[in-house]
Ligand binder design. Structure first.
Ligand SMILES: NC(=O)c1ccc[n+]([C@@H]2O[C@H](COP(=O)([O-])OP(=O)(O)OC[C@H]3O[C@@H](n4cnc5c(N)ncnc54)[C@H](O)[C@@H]3O)[C@@H](O)[C@H]2O)c1
Length: 385
């Protein structure tokens, strides 16, 4: 099947590589010629590295590169069985591009969006055949991260969902089916990893380095929240938080933080600007954490029970199955354990107690426990996968 990718930025070029490595002929389109050249050159580099490491031979590397055509005319999408869009995160632009795309592609072509935060239903509404539109959400970097969220909109046909999922499975990705709700699975469940870390900092409990130490050394997370936000970019992470907060009708669980807003306003985006929560200038040493295990464990537990609460609530609201929620967090953002399996181990009555204590102390609905957790504790149940 010929695959189209619309937008040759970080995500689009990664998705094109995955499709080409899976044996497809790919057409990669961008309105910006310089971006197409950049994508071409960066794929050549990646392939050379894979050959160096012995993961591919020269012939395979050449074949993969020859499978991708870099195009600046959308008519090149004719004959595609699937086109995945990965352009700027703007609903009006995406809608207009989808409507234009539909006038070019064949009738049986599936149209997918890689959006992180926009509603698939609203994108599908821009098309005459809305039933062929679906969300296919890769994680960054697409060639390395195994997870792909498959998001049918209310309009999407079952046949579209099945074909899309079977295809992405055949690319050796781990697919999870999720509802078309803000943040899908990963960007919804992960909110407290950032939001509660920021709140803990704002309350003066600990500094950035100590919170990061607690989550990595004591919790086993690959990166601490502040290191991760500096890596993602505070501008992007703040915007996602604000979008999710607004989309959830201002639920206090997703309330953004002034600390992050100010860092973003100051231009302290993180690694890409040389300064974020940490200073990345040459020769500047990163601050050392205060390795107090009592404080560290309190920080870890507070963030962890909120993450678990989000995971349980996603199951309660049938956003995804327990198995898929755990897969999403381990395969999409490298969590050391699935949050539901982790909660089973910790004991849901302990998790619920911790949440109820926070709720009583703060009087803030941010800490309200999911109804499903309360019911499970009452029945003495654990998640079964
Ligand atoms: N970066 C991430 O971590 C990440 C992860 C998952 C999903 N996403 C989503 O993927 C999409 C792309 O993100 P990105 O980080 O690759 O962005 P990016 O800025 O790196 O790339 C976007 C590309 O789209 C091109 N473009 C913009 N408008 C266009 C148009 N009208 N027609 C054709 N090309 C156009 C730009 O020239 C650019 O090359 C967004 O919807 C984003 O939410 C991003």
């Amino acid at each position: 099947m010929k695959i189209g990718v619309l937008g040759a930025g970080s995500m689009g070029s990664g998705i094109a590589q995955v499709a080409a490595q899976s044996g497809h002929n790919v057409v990669l389109f961008d309105t910006n010629a310089a971006q197409l050249e950049k994508a071409h050159a960066s794929l050549a580099k990646v392939m050379a590295r894979l050959v160096e490491k012995g993961k591919l031979d020269e012939h395979e590397s050449e074949t993969i590169q020859e499978r991708i055509a870099y195009i600046s005319d959308m008519n090149g999408f004719t004959g595609c069985g699937l086109v995945i869009e990965a352009i700027i995160e703007n609903i009006d632009i995406k809608k207009s591009v989808f409507s234009q795309l539909e006038s070019i592609v064949d009738e049986d072509c599936i149209l997918a969006s890689n959006t992180s935060s926009l509603s698939i239903a609203s994108i599908a509404a821009a098309c005459k055949m809305a039933e062929r539109v679906i969300g296919i959400h890769f994680f960054n970097p697409a060639p390395l991260m195994p997870l792909v969220e498959i998001i049918p909109a209310v309009q999407t046909s079952e046949a579209t969902t099945k074909t899309a999922r079977d295809l992405i499975d055949s690319w050796k990705k781990v697919t999870v089916l999720t509802k078309d709700t803000p943040g899908f699975i990963v960007n919804r469940v992960a909110r407290p990893f950032y939001g509660e870390a920021l709140k803990i900092y704002e309350e003066g409990v600990a500094d950035f380095a100590t919170i990061d130490w607690a989550m990595t050394e004591l919790g086993g997370f690959r990166m601490g929240p502040f290191t991760l936000m500096d890596y993602i970019g505070n501008d992007i992470n703040y915007t996602v938080t604000e979008t999710v907060f607004t989309a959830f009708y201002f639920d206090p669980r997703y309330r953004p933080s002034f600390t992050q807003k100010r860092h973003s306003e100051a231009g302290w985006f993180g690694r890409k600007s040389g300064r974020g929560y940490y200073n990345y200038a040459e020769g500047v040493e990163l601050p050392a954490p205060t390795k107090d295990e009592k404080i560290g464990n309190d920080i870890l537990n507070r963030i962890l029970v909120l993450l678990m609460n989000e995971a349980v609530d996603a199951v309660f609201l049938t956003i995804a199955t327990p198995k898929e929620v755990d897969l999403a967090m381990t395969k999409g953002v490298n969590y050391p354990k699935g949050l539901l399996a982790w909660g089973n181990e910790m004991g849901w009555s302990n998790v619920l107690n911790a949440l109820d204590q926070l709720h009583a102390e703060y009087g803030d609905d941010r800490y309200r426990a999911s109804v499903l957790m309360r019911r499970m504790v009452k029945a003495g149940e654990n998640f079964v996968f």
